[in-house]
Ligand binder design. Structure first.
Ligand SMILES: NC(=O)c1ccc[n+]([C@@H]2O[C@H](COP(=O)([O-])OP(=O)(O)OC[C@H]3O[C@@H](n4cnc5c(N)ncnc54)[C@H](OP(=O)(O)O)[C@@H]3O)[C@@H](O)[C@H]2O)c1
Length: 428
């Protein structure tokens, strides 16, 4: 008997599928259903570690066809990749008698959630249907009413979630649904759902944003010439790829060293059509770590649409006033050994609701973030040229003397982008 057949046969034992004590073996479901999806998704350390733990959640009951409908819900959720911030990307599908009768995805904070849009499309037919949603429906009044209310009012019979909501404020959606007599199950393609929202999940779980450090280097591992020149190491295709990473991020961060050397824009320059979104392209917050408040009021990033946050340890009122007049927000942070306390910086950014931080800094700040254990992913573009031994290295990591001091990484992905190579590495 195939897995699908056995799931179907066992499913007949109860109105809405298997009873928890009759659940299918997690390993079997993982092999047959999860691996093809898992291999195609992004990665970070905790996400990769959890890859083989998913599939059957003791909270509920999972049927074989649940995976197909959840895969569609995930496709829909992905359409919010560039727009939902600070909210998570979520998709939903309403299915009745094996037929899809409603679909939706969350587009922007303040706008309806995915389940509500899918229920609207389904209309009266939603009564008795199954709803697939990539995140447990919320149970709180935020900018919109609780989704569980809409599901209960629609009279759905069953709700399947890819993952439980890590937001303590919105949690317990399932408890409300259970109390209303609606069957629930979770854990279907959970890794894929987590991979869509690494920043939201980490912020809710740890009170810290998820951090990606992007660097461009030559084949001999150099990131700038001795005179500080570094534009451009990689080709147009790689720079276009970086634009997409910026566009999905809550903030783009740099250090004062890069700001003074390159006067970068740190903005998103892709058109809405290129990102396949409707409306205006969201500009991530620009963040400059500048211990002594050296940012010139004439810096290019202060002249562009969007907000720039300068984080500093300097309390000098005049310096601060000049930058604020030029349009920056200045935030004074604690310092450790003469530089900003990076952990405090990250806590502050999470407190402001920032999920995913994309760092484009030089070796000093990039190395310090890695050494502080704050980096979730390194994205390194490697260009086919040599910059020589006078040029600057990739990451400033002093104090590594013995082979046992090496920083272990796992290569999560490696692919060509134009003439360059993109290496995605995850600290272990
Ligand atoms: N190839 C690439 O991918 C790439 C990317 C970006 C930049 N670059 C190149 O990198 C060079 C600049 O690199 P950089 O290393 O000098 O500058 P950086 O890493 O961009 O910025 C370093 C500065 O960040 C500030 N900072 C605040 N808190 C910090 C902390 N806890 N730890 C470390 N830094 C902290 C420090 O300012 P204070 O000194 O005032 O404390 C420090 O000098 C330029 O030549 C640029 O062109 C290359």
């Amino acid at each position: 008997m195939s897995l699908a057949e056995s799931a179907g046969a066992l499913g007949k034992t109860k109105k809405h599928g298997l009873s928890p004590h009759m659940s299918l073996r997690p390993g079997v479901l993982s092999e047959r259903y999860c691996l093809p999806f898992v291999s195609s998704v992004a990665s970070n350390s905790w996400f990769r570690q959890k890859q083989f733990e998913v599939s059957v959640n003791p909270h509920g009951v999972i049927e074989a066809t649940d995976f197909d409908h959840m895969a569609r819900a995930l496709q829909l959720a992905r359409r919010g990749l560039y727009t939902t911030d600070p909210n998570p990307r979520v998709g939903a599908v309403v299915v009745k008698d094996g037929r899809v009768i409603g679909e939706g995805f969350h587009v922007r904070a303040g706008e309806p959630h995915a389940e509500v849009l899918a229920l609207r499309q389904a209309g009266e037919a939603a009564r008795g249907a199954t709803v697939y949603v990539t995140l447990e429906p919320c149970n709180h009044h935020g900018r919109t009413p609780p989704c569980v209310d809409a599901l209960i009012a629609a009279g759905v019979a069953r709700v399947v979630a890819a993952m439980r909501d890590p937001n303590p404020l919105a949690a317990d959606g399932f408890a409300r649904l259970d109390a209303a007599g609606i069957a629930t199950a979770s854990g279907v393609l959970e890794n894929e759902a987590r991979a869509l929202n690494p920043g939201f999940v980490k912020r809710m779980r740890d009170g810290l944003p998820w951090l990606r450090v992007k660097l461009a280097m030559s084949l001999d591992g150099r990131t700038a010439m001795a005179n500080g020149e570094s534009q451009w190491i990689t080709g147009e295709a790689a720079r276009g790829d970086v634009q997409r990473l910026r566009a999905r991020s809550s903030a783009v961060m740099t250090g004062i060293g890069t700001l003074l050397a390159d006067d970068p824009s740190l903005n998103v320059r892709l058109a809405a059509e290129t990102l396949d979104i409707e409306g205006v392209v969201r500009q991530p917050l620009r963040v400059v770590l500048d211990t002594r408040l050296q940012t010139p009021p004439t810096a290019r990033l202060l002249t562009l649409p969007g907000t720039t946050l300068v984080m500093t340890a300097e309390r000098d009122g005049a310096c601060r006033a000049r930058l604020e007049t030029a349009g920056a927000e200045v935030c004074v942070m604690p310092e450790v050994e003469g530089r900003l306390d990076l952990h405090a910086v990250m806590c502050e950014l999470a407190r402001r609701g920032l999920n995913e931080i994309h760092v484009e800094a030089g070796p000093l700040l990039s190395g310090a973030l890695l050494a502080a254990g704050l980096v979730d992913e390194l994205v390194i573009y490697m260009a086919p040229h040599l910059m020589g031994s006078e040029a600057r290295g990739l990451l400033h990591l002093p104090g590594l003397e013995r082979m046992t001091d090496r920083v272990p990484l796992k290569i999560a992905d490696l692919r060509a982008v134009g003439d360059d190579w993109r290496i995605t590495a995850v600290p272990m």
